[in-house]
Design a protein. Structure first.
Length: 443
């Protein structure tokens, strides 16, 4: 009998111990996932801003492959099913969908309650207007690696149109990741290409990030350059990477040149900028979804001290700064500047609470406000910007503050009028609610 018990334990224990460990880890992960989802619900951060996964609970096996593949830890397993537990963290990586062994994940834009405007594109990235192509963030793809790949593929499609009778085969508008990759691909295909960028440097949306911000990407293949193996990189290092790429490949980008309109003449176009006009057969738009920064529309906003992004907090040392906005960009900017010696920072937001920001950013602002490092003015609006002061209204009370600079972080306006003027069709995507596993508040 003892021998039989010994043999039983000898064979069963090696199987039981791993099972117990697995069940314990699964239970711990589910508890963390539930808490994370509850925090997202309480913070109002349940709407993803970009391409994101939806899960079909009838197919999902809860294997956890999507959880392991997500670089932002935005996915969790709850009640044996996968779900997006941190929608605000999702960056549209897409690795979750490819990792799913049963195809239970679809990638979509928008949700049932929040539509996302996306230009209608063909598989080759051409719009409904023959000769106009779109790649990168404007088409809904903000992830660096995928924007690069879209830029490359779009230019490959343009190269198949052959040489043009116009002076240029293609004009690339925007020098973010998609625009740079497209310009490299144009050189690879020996196309006569002009690339314009309204900013004084490249980087696209990355340019608007605060100094030192870590940017998530993945290994990417750049035409002419080859494979670039990066995963986590600071904003400054990424900008330096683009500079090195442009120098090494010998491509030219016209910085500080803003596209003003695109004129159509039959099957060709003329891209008109603040400097010149470029007749071309094809146009590639890689201008990002920010479009034009959203302005306050108040007296004095045209002063040089008013800007719409934070580049370097150090330049605001010892100065009175007003940051306007209630999103993550505004909170991050206010906190970053408040860390600089002598900076006196005020954060103004028209709402009575920060409802759609990352919990960490909200906590940092509350702590900075509590310690006196910055002043938080909720339910306030800017009324007038003067050379040395700024006037705000808070629930009927006028507030005058000394001021050296105003940073407006109110987001950007999608260039829909420009696209419609060209004739590009826009569709509002609302995702696919039938397959989305959205649970009620979990306890």
């Amino acid at each position: 009998m003892n021998d039989q018990l010994f043999i039983y334990l000898l064979y069963v224990l090696p199987l039981t111990v791993p099972l117990i460990i697995y069940l314990f880890k699964r239970s711990s992960r589910q508890k963390i996932a539930k808490n994370t989802w509850n925090e997202a619900m309480e913070s109002g951060l349940t709407e993803p801003s970009t391409l994101h996964p939806v899960f079909d609970p009838n197919i999902c096996l809860g294997s956890g492959a999507c959880f392991e593949a997500c670089p932002e830890q935005a996915i969790g397993i709850i009640d044996g099913k996968g779900m997006l537990i941190s929608p605000a963290l999702c960056i549209g990586h897409g690795a979750c969908a490819t990792s799913c062994p049963v195809g239970a994940i679809k990638l979509v834009f928008g949700t049932e309650t929040r539509g996302v405007d996306i230009p209608k594109l063909k598989p080759n990235f051409e719009t409904n207007v023959p000769g106009i192509f779109i790649a990168g963030e404007l088409g809904g793809m903000g992830l660096i690696r995928k924007a690069v790949e879209q830029g490359r593929q779009a230019m490959e499609s343009i190269s198949k149109r052959g040489r043009a009778k116009t002076p240029h085969d293609v004009v690339v508008i925007g020098a973010g990741p998609a625009g740079i990759a497209a310009t490299l691909a144009a050189k690879h295909h020996d196309l006569r290409c002009v690339t314009i960028e309204q900013e004084e440097t490249f980087g696209g949306t990355t340019l608007h990030y605060p100094r030192g911000k870590i940017v998530m990407t993945a290994p990417m293949n750049l035409p002419i350059i080859g494979k670039v193996n990066v995963r986590e990189i600071s904003k400054e290092s990424l900008m330096k990477l683009w500079e090195d790429v442009v120098t090494k490949a010998g491509i030219k980008i016209n910085f500080g040149e803003r596209m003003e309109k695109i004129e159509r003449q039959g099957d060709t176009f003329t891209v008109v900028t603040n400097r010149a006009s470029y007749p071309t057969r094809s146009v590639l738009l890689s201008i990002g979804r920010r479009g034009t920064p959203r302005m306050l529309d108040v007296p004095g906003e045209d002063q040089e001290k008013v800007v719409y992004r934070l580049i370097d907090p150090e330049q605001y040392q010892g100065k009175h700064i007003l940051v306007v906005g209630g999103g993550d960009a505004a909170l991050e900017a206010a906190v970053a500047i408040s860390e600089e010696p002598g900076a006196i920072v005020t954060l103004s937001y028209r709402g009575n609470a920060f409802s759609r920001v990352k919990p960490k950013n909200r906590e940092l602002v509350e702590n900075a406000n509590g310690s006196g490092k910055l002043r938080l003015l909720l339910e306030s609006t800017v009324k007038q910007i003067l050379p040395a002061t700024v006037q705000l209204d808070q629930k009927g009370t006028s507030i005058d503050l000394p001021n050296d600079a105003v940073i407006v972080c109110a987001g950007g306006i999608l260039p829909t009028p420009l696209l419609k003027e060209i004739g590009i069709q826009i569709e509002t995507r609302h995702g696919n609610s039938t397959g989305q596993h959205i649970a009620p508040k979990l306890h």
